[in-house]
Design a protein around this ligand. Sequence first.
Ligand code: GDP
Ligand code: MN
Ligand code: MN
Ligand code: MN
Length: 252
Amino acid sequence: MKFEAIAVEKIPLIHTGDDLPSIICKNLELQDRDIVIIASTIVAKAEGEIFRLEDITPGKTALEMAARNGKDARFIQAVLSRSREVLVEKPFMLVTTLAGHTCVNAGVDESNIEDGFLLYPPENPDASASRLGQNLEKLCKKKLSVIVTDTNGRAFKIGQTGAAIGIYKIKPVKRWIGEKDLFGKVLEVTEEAVADELAGAANLLMGEGAGGTPVIVIRGFDYYCEEETYIKEMYRPEELDIIKKGLRCLQN
Ligand code: GDP
Ligand code: MN
Ligand code: MN
Ligand code: MN
């Protein structure tokens, strides 16, 4: 068994309105069932989610948090504007985004963009992945999957990894429940976060710095799915999320 990870070369600096599918198709010939993995940074740039820090007016909550935590109130306002819940305020803001993804700073990012600007994550990453996927499929006439990724930290461990935040034609989680192990025992709980694993693999070629490789194609890993799928299939239902419950207790 093997699969390939291919960095799409010659992607330019992306600006508002750029047509990512044609840029991608121009630089790599896609094949049926390729999984196209795209860094949220360039999706956000293409969607125009770029804001000047000095143009952001902090509201009351942002000003209070900034006073409590000694941070820039405008940055906090940016994070709040994309958050549905703040789980941790200090030493970093851990929030659940409007799209339901839990991460630091709501994915609002100051890296790989000009000084003084902030990049907000795509507002609806599943919709972005679908739009990109459908346009890619139209252009190259192949069946494709798409994952929009971001770099996320993890609880308990040092080191960030790539994480899936939006998907198209891919099942985010593989259920092993009911399958047998090597000794015939039936697996009872294991679910594999395949979309995150693929995002992590792609991130090895993206890097976090000046690499200039925001699009990676995974080829030969047969994981295409005809049905409509949603990233929220990966998010633990509220009533089962004991970590979130614990964090809420600590805040009150
Ligand atoms: P994030 O994980 O989505 O926040 O994206 P990163 O900021 O970590 O960037 C991932 C990769 O995309 C790195 O290789 C960056 O150099 C690259 N990158 C970011 N913006 C651009 C861009 O506008 N054009 C190109 N070619 N690469 C970019
Ligand atoms: Mn970044
Ligand atoms: Mn990011
Ligand atoms: Mn990154």
